[in-house]
Design a protein around this ligand. Structure first.
Ligand SMILES: NC(=O)c1ccc[n+]([C@@H]2O[C@H](COP(=O)([O-])OP(=O)(O)OC[C@H]3O[C@@H](n4cnc5c(N)ncnc54)[C@H](OP(=O)(O)O)[C@@H]3O)[C@@H](O)[C@H]2O)c1
Length: 309
């Protein structure tokens, strides 16, 4: 139980490889020797088969007996075998194999090193681009925050805003308020709302959204093909206004910061265009100013301001 441990023989890897190589060479040489013996016996059998047993006596190839051709071919095969074992292997032996392997490994390592360098370079570029994009995004969002995108609208109790591409009411104080709030600003509108105006409103930059490629407008009016392009065209305005109609209001609710709505206290059942419902979990009423109906105003109304929470 407590006897001495038997010492285990230690052979290093190199010695082991040399032994394996020597064994492999012995096998190869043995095979050449066996091949030679088989060739000699085979040749004798072929000669006897032809001369004594008369097998294929009449078969001649290029004027020679078939067995002569067979023996010559076999001899060529044997010579090839002999040369490959004793000559080729002697100068393409283990050392040569090791050299080749080392050269290959060195080549692969060089390639890996190059790939590593390239990878590092690309990673640095990506990191730089990301940092650059983040800076751009930050400055863009800072810029966005500086402007207050405002929806301005007049809507009935049932959210009605128009019929047959026109307004349903005439409230002069509401128009006055519209004019004073939007004066000097960019006003963004859908193509149909633009067409409901007799002419562009003075002292405002009109941005008309349409999907048409060659939509014609008077000088000074900007035509764009998307809401993004409209906002981009108004990016230097601290308070661009979305002025309708129904389709454009719907698309801008998520983008706007403020709603200036004139709530007309009547339900207009004959309307064909509506303002979206104001979700009070998103919007907070911050201002309210009631206006009684009078000889100039057929309906009472309230100016309401909502801010996005
Ligand atoms: N009460 C109010 O405060 C108020 C204010 C404004 C308007 N309105 C009323 O609203 C009605 C008009 O509204 P509406 O909804 O019929 O039309 P709209 O919103 O004024 O315009 C719709 C048009 O805008 C273009 N458009 C919409 N979304 C687009 C997008 N994402 N990209 C490119 N183009 C786009 C299309 O033009 P194309 O067909 O040319 O492609 C579309 O036909 C009228 O009755 C008007 O009087 C009321």
């Amino acid at each position: 139980m407590f006897g001495k441990k038997k010492p285990t023989p230690q052979i290093d890897k190199e010695q082991l490889a040399l032994i394996k190589y020597a064994e492999k060479r012995i096998k190869q040489k043995k095979r050449v020797y066996v091949h030679f013996v088989v060739f000699l016996i085979g040749s004798v059998i072929l000669i006897l088969a032809n001369t004594i047993l008369g097998i294929g006596k009449d078969i001649k190839i290029a004027g020679l007996d078939w067995f002569v051709i067979a023996i010559v071919l076999w001899l060529a095969l044997f010579i090839y075998h002999f040369v490959s074992v004793f000559i080729t292997h002697s100068f393409m032996g283990k050392d040569w194999e090791d050299q080749q392997r080392e050269a290959l490994v060195a080549k692969q390592q060089l390639r890996i090193e190059k790939l590593k360098q390239q990878f590092l370079k690309e990673e640095t570029e990506i990191a730089k681009t990301q940092a650059y994009n983040e800076t751009l995004e930050r400055s863009a969002s800072n810029q966005k925050k500086k402007s207050e995108l405002t929806i301005i609208v007049a809507a009935g109790e049932n959210n009605a805003i128009g019929k047959d591409n026109d307004l349903i009411w005439h409230l002069s104080d509401d128009l006055k308020r519209f004019k004073s709030l939007t004066n000097g600003h960019h006003i963004i509108m859908g193509r149909k709302t633009f067409e409901s105006f007799p002419k562009p409103l003075p002292n405002r930059i009109h941005i008309v959204i349409t999907r048409q490629e060659h939509y014609k407008v008077p000088d000074g009016v900007i035509v764009v093909n998307s809401m993004e392009d409209a906002l981009d065209a108004a990016r230097n305005d601290k308070q661009p206004f979305i002025i309708g109609g129904g389709e454009i209001y719907k698309q801008s609710m998520a983008l706007a910061d403020k709603i200036e709505i004139t709530r007309v206290h009547h339900s207009f059942e004959n309307a064909d265009t509506f303002f979206p419902e104001i979700d009070t979990s998103i919007w907070k009423e911050t201002k309210s100013e009631f206006h009684e109906k009078d000889e100039k105003h057929e309906f009472s109304f309230t100016f309401l301001t909502y801010m996005k929470k």
